[in-house]
Structure formats: structure tokens, C-alpha cells
Design a protein around this ligand. Sequence first.
Ligand SMILES: C[S@@+](CC[C@H](N)C(=O)[O-])C[C@H]1O[C@@H](n2cnc3c(N)ncnc32)[C@H](O)[C@@H]1O
Length: 450
Amino acid sequence: MRAQITIGLVLIIVATVVLLVFGGIGIVVSVAPAVLAIIAVGEALLSFGSYVRKAGKSVRDTLEPFLERKHLEKDLENLDDADERVLGLVPSIYVADSRRMYESAEYYVRKEYEQYGKLLKKLNSTKWRRVVFSKTMVRPCLSIYVDEDLRWIEYVPRDDGHSKLRVENPVLLKPCTCTIPPEYQNGYPCPMHSRENGDIVYSLMNTCLYEVHYGGVVVYRKKLPSLWPTSIDTLHFAKVIRDNKVRFHGVRSVLEVGSGTGFLGIYFAKEVNGVRELTFVDLFLTPLYASIFNFYRNHGRKDMSAVAVLSNGLQNVEKGARFDLVICNPPYLPLLGVRSIASLNAVSGTYLLEDVIKNSYRYASKLLFAYSSIATPEVEQATEQLKKHVEGIRTTCLAEHWVPFRVTHAFAKEGYVNRLVEERGEYMRVADASTPFRLWHKIYYVLVNF
Ligand SMILES: C[S@@+](CC[C@H](N)C(=O)[O-])C[C@H]1O[C@@H](n2cnc3c(N)ncnc32)[C@H](O)[C@@H]1O
């Protein structure tokens, strides 16, 4: 196009020179090139205009989505940075031993939360989700496929279909013993790292975004301090939902407290017909973002609503709100007076476990929750307190499973596991040499009708 303009200008100059030099004769001779030149310049300008219009469109088309485009992995990382501030404060609520300490810790947590208000509002807007999530890039480095009856798990790295790993009769989603001190192992090589491709899969699960497929649901997760993974406990929980779905006939609204990736609520809504409303509660923003994103991926096109509520337990759930069911797979590590265990991870302590047992009746007529045998005393106490307020509760244990005790940060805290075994040994099992995992605890899945 530039060439056309240049040619046009050159022709005009030539025509003018010819006119001036050759006068009248030149007029005739120059008419043709002059006309041609004017046409050429005109054409050039016209095509330039359309080029500008086209370019404007193409810039908008290509750049804007790119600039707006979000990247799930990066979004989760950024949110987790924000959550770390709360992560440092929350444990002081759990270990506060005076009313004043509790209130001041709570005050600071609330202050941090205030900054999150705007994002939560967006997250709860269906339109915002549609616009933003449909443009969000999701590039998992690993796909994990879990058999619905938990007979096997297959790990498939995305960029190399050959280096997959298949584990039969899995006891954990990440069956690695490397972080367990030798005295709590049975002397086997690590069941994960000793397998071909085990180290690749392990490192992918620790470093980048991965997806977990189970029963027609897929959820995304990246290992971050505030985003609890879908674990073997979660998968057993899902199976309990599937095996007992007749009990949940008629459930339309579900409150999932401590939602993590949102897997349980999402799976429940997939498995039990008629669910129309999901409410996800978590103490952190990263899991809420993940829950809503995963909801959008699985149910976004259906006639179903999802809301995220940032809350310590049931505290911020609207008073007077009613749900058909509360679901909760809470942390279960008792503090046992070891204050520092609370500051290590989002999932220490039994605060949430006790809160849902004592207070779910205010919001629903059913509670489905999981707990570890090591938290039995806390569950019993909370149940006693509940009975003071509600008469005639019916409690049914729907399933129980022994699973290896492999809470990495519990082992990392010197002396904690010894204490756990001393104080809660009656609720644990020391396995014989037939398994690499020495310490086991039992996970119970319980339905409470209020
Ligand atoms: C064991 S994880 C379970 C996550 C998910 N429901 C699942 O089954 O995969 C417990 C979840 O509870 C959240 N949580 C811990 N303490 C909490 C509290 N006091 N209030 C609300 N959520 C809490 C954690 O952030 C985490 O997402």
C-alpha cells in the first residue's frame, strides 16, 4: 500500500513536470498519467482506510482477549499469595486461650477479608464467570483418572502419553513414603518413586496444575498451601455419596463447608438428580475460586446456581438461610496442645469439624461429614453439645476405611506424631510388614438427621 502511495506521488510529480516542461503538448500527454496517478492515490487511501478498519478489528480481536485472558494456574498462585496473610493469622484464633486474644486475632482476619469483597462479588456473578472463565487458559500438566470403585488410578502426563503410571488398589492419591520418618515406615522402597515414571508424576503433582477425573467430574488443582487436594478421603466420600444416593432423594440445595477444589459439592450435584443450588464455604479465597471455577467447568451450562462464601466455619453463612444438606470433609488433626502445629497448615485443628457437628442443625436437616478416628474425642464432645440443643438426632455411619496416616506437616513437626500415638494410639493401627505404611487411621463417613 505504501508502494501504491509512493507510485501515485511519483506519477503526480512526473505529470506536473511534464506539464510544466512540455506545455500544451504535455497537457494531452500528461492527462493519462495524472488521471492514473489520482486514481492510484485514491485507491491507496481507500485501501488504507479499510486496512485501518481491519487492523482495528483484528487488534481488538487478538489483543483484547489476550490481555483479558486469565490463566488458571497463575490466578490460583496469585490468590494463594493473598491467602497466606490469612493463613498466618487464622491459627492464632484456634490456639487463643483468652477471649481477648481470640477477638483480636479475629479482628485482623476480618480486616484481611475486607479486601477480598470485590473479587467475591465478581466470583458470585454468573455473567462475570461466563465472560472470564470462558477465556481462562487451563493447561494441566497431568491428568489423573480414578476408577469409580477405587480399584485403580492412572496418572497420565500431558506432554508424554508414554510415561504414565497405573496404581492398583490405591491407598492414597499420592502414595509416597519419602516424607515419613523411617521409624513410621515398614522399610519398603517408596511405592511411588520406586515405580517407573513415579518420580515424574510426583514432581508434576507438586509443581503444576493437574486435573482429577472421577465419575464424570473433573477438577483442577495446583499444590498451594491454601488449596487442599482431592485426597483418597475425598474419593471415598464421593463413593459414599454414590452408594447412598437414595438417601438424598429430594435434596435441592447443598452447603459444602471447607470446599477445597469443590469436588464434593460438584460430584454430589452430578450424582443426585434435582440439585439446583450449591453454596461453597471456605476459609480461603483460593479454594473458593477453584470451587467456582470447577463448578463452572462441570455444571456451568446447567440450570444450577453456585455461590462462594468466605467464612470461618459457619460464621458468615447468612443467618436464617436453609439448605437441604450440609456436606463437610474437614481437617482432623487434633492440636494436642502443640500450638505450632496450628500455624503450619490450613488444615490443622478440629475447629471446623466441631463447628459443623454443633451448628449445622441451624441451617439444614441433614449433615454428611467425614472424620478421622484420631479426632474421636472431639467428635464425641461436639455431639454431646449438639444433643443439648437438639433432641432425637439420628446418626448413621455410612462407611469406614482404614487409610495410611501420612500428613506431611504432622511428621515435619518434631515430637507431634509421637504425642499423637501416645494420646490417640487407641484410635490408630500399627500395620504389620505387609504394607509400606506403618501408621494407619480410620476415616468415618457419617450422616446425621436432625
Ligand atoms: C480436608 S480439606 C477438604 C477439601 C474438600 N472438601 C475435599 O474433600 O477435597 C478441608 C477444607 O476445609 C477448609 N477449612 C479449614 N478450616 C476451615 C474453617 N475454619 N472454615 C472454613 N473452611 C475451613 C480448608 O481450607 C480446606 O479447603
